[in-house]
Design a binder for this molecule. Structure first.
Ligand SMILES: *[C@@H]1O[C@H](CO)[C@@H](O)[C@H](O)[C@H]1NC(C)=O
Ligand SMILES: *[C@@H]1O[C@H](CO)[C@@H](O)[C@H](O)[C@H]1NC(C)=O
Length: 462
């Protein structure tokens, strides 16, 4: 069979695959040569040629020979300038050509000048170039060396199939060091603003708490925790990288840093309020006892019920205000044998024998003091209303001072001061008869008049 083929070296024969030729390869010379041999044998062992009636066109690598009326192989090594580059030598072949290393041993008759080598009958040689194999239609198709485990890529490498060949490459993020692909530590290149985590084949930036990755996935931007539901009970303040909880006035931040608890201002100081401090959520207020009203925020001021009209005194009564309250007194306080001569003055007529040993007049006065006054304290000044030449006035407490809480300090002939001698605590009241005895220098005249002073002591020190 081989002999028959060899006698007609330039007959028209369809190439194994128009697509496979011409081709070049960079495989080692010996391997290529062996592959070529298979190709050559495969081509030579094709079906016996059938000579068609005429040819008007030849396939790639062949040209029409009008003399023989056949398609004839083109010697590309002669027609293509620099068909093989560098150290490769060009070898013509049916329908194509080969480039082989110059050192490769070449079977003598590659140009169809002599008989091709005999075909070992037991073998099923691959008629296709390296990296190709024939399919059922006898055309050469690429071998996927990667899926068929025909490659020698390392486990660390990716195998990429190529037409007729394959390639071992490193995956993204890996770099070839020696024979192996090694992960690139991108974190060494300061890609991240805060923290970098190297991953096999890649990296990831991370941010410190309170920050989040920016749109470029590398820089870190502050998180406004306040907008994101920071657990502040009352007020939240965002700051760079964190946030702070604050409390409204009157509240203090709990140790947990988030919740606010009411401040008991009243426990801080007893001076916050003059009378009573009442703690309220977030604030405090001062209260005053009955009969008082709040002055500004902390002081208590006596309400003058007689002025405000809040009193219940009748027409026949006079309203007397004192610290924390008021008193209704009868307008006519004169008791027999005294007769009323003016609003608060009672007179004992000299014509009445009952008046002989009595003070000639009693004048009613009212005053109010607070509890716990520091002593001695001048509380009331008595003044003679009429001054007689050569007269001498003496003052004394005639009644109402059983416990000696008061004394009289004479100022001069016509006046004296009532002095509180001991601190007293209300509520209580004294009715003091302050007597003024008027004498002339000859002691031939003696007259007594009384100032009946009601002293109300309020319950409080204010
Ligand atoms: C950032 O990362 C996200 C999620 O991995 C990704 O969808 C996005 O494209 C990245 N942006 C940039 C600028 O790389
Ligand atoms: C007190 O009265 C006496 C007797 O009338 C008189 O001599 C004396 O000047 C008076 N003293 C004063 C301070 O008024």
């Amino acid at each position: 069979m081989g002999g028959a083929v060899a006698e007609t070296p330039d007959f028209c024969q369809p190439p194994p695959s128009p697509r496979m030729l011409p081709f070049t390869s960079c495989l080692p010379g010996s391997l290529l040569l062996w592959a070529f041999l298979l190709l050559l044998l495969g081509a030579a062992s094709s079906q016996d040629p059938e000579e068609p009636d005429s040819y008007t066109e030849c396939t790639d690598g062949y040209e029409w020979d009008a003399d023989s009326q056949h398609c004839r192989d083109v010697n590309e090594c002669l027609t293509i300038p620099e068909a093989c580059k560098g150290e490769m030598k060009c070898i013509n072949h049916y329908g194509g050509y080969l480039c082989l290393p110059r050192s490769a041993a070449v079977i003598n008759d590659l140009h169809g000048e002599g008989p091709p080598p005999p075909v070992p009958p037991a073998q099923h040689p691959n008629p296709c170039p390296p990296g190709y194999e024939p399919d059922e239609q006898e055309s050469c198709v690429d071998v996927d060396e990667c899926t068929q485990a025909l490659h020698d890529c390392r486990p660390s490498q990716d195998c990429h199939n190529l037409p007729g060949s394959y390639q071992c490459t490193c995956p993204d993020g890996y770099r070839k060091i020696g024979p192996e692909c090694v992960d690139i530590d991108e974190c060494r290149y300061r890609y991240c603003q805060h923290r970098c985590v190297n991953l096999p084949g890649s990296f990831r930036c991370q941010c410190e708490p309170g920050f989040q990755l920016g749109p470029n996935n590398r820089s870190c931007v502050d998180v406004n925790e306040c907008d994101m539901g920071a657990p502040c009970e009352q007020r939240c303040f965002n700051s760079y990288g964190t946030f702070l909880c604050r409390c409204n006035q009157g509240y203090e931040l709990h140790r947990d840093g988030f919740s606010c608890s009411d401040i008991d201002e009243c426990s801080y100081s007893s001076y916050l309020c003059q009378y009573r401090c009442v703690n309220e959520p977030g604030r405090f207020s001062c209260h005053c006892p009955q009969g008082y009203q709040l002055l500004a925020t902390r002081l208590c001021q006596d309400i003058d019920e007689c002025e405000t009209g809040a009193h219940q005194c009748s027409e026949a009564q006079t309203c007397v205000n004192f610290h924390g309250g008021y008193r209704c007194v009868d307008t006519n306080r004169c008791v027999e044998p005294y007769v009323q001569v003016s609003d608060n003055r009672c007179l004992c007529p000299a014509s009445n024998p009952l008046c002989r040993e009595q003070p000639s007049s009693i004048v009613h006065r009212y005053m109010s003091i607070t509890s716990e006054r520091s002593v001695p304290a001048d509380v009331f000044q008595i003044q003679a209303t009429s001054v007689y030449p050569g007269a001498y006035n003496a003052f004394q407490i005639r009644a109402g001072n059983t416990q000696g809480d008061f004394y009289i300090r004479q100022i001069n002939n016509v006046s004296a001061m009532l002095v509180l001698a001991r601190p007293v605590t209300g509520p209580r009241e004294y009715v003091l008869d302050l007597e003024m005895v008027t004498m002339n220098s000859l002691m031939s005249y003696r007259a007594s008049s009384v100032l009946r002073l009601t002293v109300f002591v309020g319950a409080y020190t204010f």
